[in-house]
Design a protein around this ligand. Structure first.
Ligand code: 6PG
Length: 484
């Protein structure tokens, strides 16, 4: 075993353990440290026994065991613990050494930390790591950003441990400066929320409108997973639906219907609001989790508020086929919206994002991995300046083909009182996006009526603003001089 480690990792929770085992299996020597130091010995004498791990019992000890430039990676809880470890590491590091944060940090924190760490003569990387425990062990998707000079030093390690697609390309590449890696990971998580929500809405319709058992639904997901919806989340849903509790009943039906969330979906939506990008599907997905969490209130409301009793009289197989189209159409919208947001954020933060490269990073290893991402990669390969995924000829054709069934699904759900916020808002976005004229002319008139906010006219050049004295007793002064 080498005296010095190629990289060191702080944080031996299950993700950390699995990631270092993955690194070691690729031929790297890894120094390991944990705040609760007993965990270090437990690991090197347990899962790490006989392997190329160098245990460290203090931060100083940890740093001294790293080859230069030192690569100190943290997989600790996002937030204050990351700042705390940065402070502990800095006094022991030398110019050119690299601090890496592999947690789900908020990108604005990563922007701040990159600046701070660089001000100390060091380099910083904030990297998204997706794929859960299994991904960390067998090959996660990794989305690094931060100080560009740091990338050549970690590239080989990161790309060796990352998942690979069919042609062997790693699901890891440099994303961009400062917070770009964590931003892209945040968008990944937002899309994860969206993919999960639309699957949940399909499940709800199958269960409550079509009256299908979990086993019957399992068969549908099993088939879908061999077709264009082939993805990790469809695959695990297939398996969840087949999973039986000790009494032989489907376990899924015994789980309390209140969703948890750690915040990355919310951050995505906050960013969308800040950037002014309509990220409706992910927004509805976050709010759906919030509504599910209001369990007591819903239980009370269910006693007083009545709606239609779901009743399906049509062709069941047709509705199942339509559901697949609804999921497919909504998925296209979700990714189109997520990419739209990334493009806008990239402009604001001066990130030169490789949009096709991001699809490739998500193609394997991560929670949203799917065949679909291969098509997104192709779309950006065909046209690197593609302004919106919906304008790619292939996606335009696919969404057009999906809309008939998708509309039937939303209509049936709405008339039967089954909530489909993500599927239906995505359809509304599609209809809005493809509308040359929306009713915002009336909205502008209203704004001008009550607040003299002015409007532009269709028969005048853009940028020329008008105000009308709608009531005959308003003044001529406009309030166009401020934007909140
Ligand atoms: C991943 C996941 C991972 C985590 C989510 C869960 O990419 O591996 O996204 O980061 O499981 O953050 O998020 P919620 O608890 O908010 O559902």
């Amino acid at each position: 075993m080498k005296n010095l480690a190629d990289i060191g990792l702080i944080g031996l929770a299950v993700m950390g353990e699995n990631l270092v085992l993955n690194m070691e299996s690729k031929g790297y020597t890894v120094a390991v440290y944990n705040r609760t130091v007993e965990k270090v010995d437990h690991f090197v004498n347990g899962r790490g026994a006989g392997k190329n791990f160098i245990p460290a019992h203090t931060i100083e000890d940890f740093v001294s065991k790293l080859e230069r430039p030192r690569k100190a990676m943290m997989l600790v809880k996002a937030g204050q613990p990351v700042d705390d470890f940065i402070e502990l590491l800095i006094p022991h590091l030398e110019p050119g050494d690299i601090i890496i944060d592999g947690g789900n940090s908020l990108y604005t924190d990563t922007i701040r930390r990159t600046k701070y760490v660089e001000s100390k003569g060091l380099l910083y990387i904030g990297t998204g790591v997706s794929g859960g425990e299994e991904g960390a062990l067998k090959g996660p998707s990794m989305m690094p950003g931060g100080s560009p000079e740091a990338w050549p030093h970690v590239k080989d390690i990161f790309q060796a441990v990352a998942a690979k697609v069919e042609d062997g390309s790693p699901c890891c590449d440099w994303v961009g400066e400062n917070g770009a890696g964590h931003y892209v990971k945040m968008i990944h998580n937002g899309i994860e929320y969206g993919d999960m929500q639309i699957i949940n809405e399909a499940y709800h319709i199958m269960k409550d409108l079509l009256g299908m058992s979990a086993d019957e639904q399992h068969e549908v997901f099993k088939k879908w997973n061999t077709e264009e919806l082939d993805s990790y989340l469809i695959e695990i849903t297939r398996d969840i639906l087949a999973f039986k509790d000790e009494d032989g009943e489907p376990l899924v039906e015994k789980i309390l219907d209140t969703a948890g969330q750690k915040g990355t979906g919310k951050w995505t939506v906050v960013s969308a609001l800040d950037c002014g990008i309509p990220l409706t599907l992910i927004g509805e997905s976050v709010f759906s989790r919030c509504l599910s969490a209001q369990k007591d209130l819903r239980v009370a409301a269910s006693k007083v508020l009545r709606g239609p009793a779901p009743q399906f009289e049509g062709d069941k197989q047709q509705m199942i086929d339509d559901l697949k189209m609804a999921l497919y159409g909504a998925k296209i919208i979700s990714y189109a919206q997520g990419y739209d947001l990334m493009m806008e954020a990239a402009k604001e933060h001066n990130w030169n994002l490789n949009l096709g490269g991001i699809a490739l990073m998500w193609r394997g290893g991560c929670i949203i991995r799917s065949v679909f991402l291969g098509d997104i990669k192709k779309a950006f390969d065909n046209n690197p300046n593609l302004r919106n995924l919906l304008l790619d000829p292939l996606f335009a054709e696919k969404i057009s083909a999906a809309q008939e069934g998708w509309r039937r699904v939303c209509a049936a759900a709405i008339s039967n009182g089954i909530p489909v916020p993500a599927l239906s808002s995505a359809l509304c976005y599609f209809d809005g996006f493809r509308s040359e004229r929306l009713p915002a002319n009336l909205l502008q008139a209203q704004r001008d009526y009550f607040g003299a906010h002015t409007y532009e006219r269709i028969d005048q050049p853009r940028g020329k603003f008008f105000h009308t004295n709608w009531t005959g007793h308003g003044g001529d002064t406009t309030s166009n001089s401020y934007v909140v």
